[in-house]
Design a protein around this ligand. Structure first.
Ligand SMILES: O=P(O)(O)OC[C@H]1O[C@H](OP(=O)(O)OP(=O)(O)O)[C@H](O)[C@@H]1O
Ligand SMILES: Nc1ncnc2[nH]cnc12
Length: 179
């Protein structure tokens, strides 16, 4: 039997207080990733949500390092799309576009290969958590720099009080669970 998704997420996303710094309540998805039925239903629902938002074909799924990679590859396979990594600075070998941004804890720079996407491609950007939205908005900029089109911004979890969805176009963001 397929488990109910909200129950799965509530049971298997672990709260860790004061990590990675005091005052942050960290939502740890590793227990969910380790549970086969939970992982399966999560990937299935992320795939359905991506399809709904895209409302048409999806050429590429961009996964955000590191936790976004884990989910983006099975979703890309299920959609019949390719996978493209958005990586932390200094990890990609060829020519990149680069965007710096602020996080709930600190700041970072993400890169994507300039030739990873071509103009007109339809792209879903996937991550595990939307918090301030800085990461997702930065990846939208990386996609835009290639001339491709973001047709969906999708996460497993949203931390509502941090207001990240307000940084994304209305109607383009979808998530499985808002805390
Ligand atoms: O909405 P935001 O405030 O930008 O935060 C969300 C981002 O923060 C986490 O990644 P992190 O940078 O901690 O990297 P990791 O996946 O490598 O742990 C998470 O996986 C998202 O990518
Ligand atoms: N509180 C949080 N838990 C998990 N991932 C995060 N990314 C940014 N803030 C986060």
């Amino acid at each position: 039997m397929t488990p109910a998704l909200d129950d799965v997420l509530d049971r298997l996303v672990r709260d860790v207080e004061d990590w990675p710094e005091p005052g942050v309540l960290f939502r740890d998805v590793t227990p969910l990733l380790a549970d086969p039925p939970a992982l399966r239903v999560t990937v299935e629902r992320l795939t359905e949500l991506s399809s709904e938002l895209a409302d048409g074909p999806v050429d590429k799924v961009v996964g955000i390092e590191a936790r976004g990679f884990i989910l983006a590859v099975p979703v890309a396979l299920a959609l019949g799309a390719g996978f493209v990594p958005a990586r932390k600075a200094g990890k990609l070998p060829a020519t990149t576009h680069q965007v710096s941004y602020d996080l709930e804890y600190g700041s970072a720079t993400l890169e994507m290969h300039t030739d990873a996407l071509v103009p007109g491609e339809r792209v879903v950007v996937l991550d595990d958590v939307l918090a301030t939205g800085g990461t997702m908005a930065a990846v939208d900029e990386l996609v835009a720099a290639t001339g491709a089109e973001v047709v969906g911004n999708v996460t497993m979890l949203e931390i509502g009080p941090l207001g990240g969805r307000s940084r994304l176009p209305v109607g383009r963001f979808g998530t499985l669970r808002t805390y």
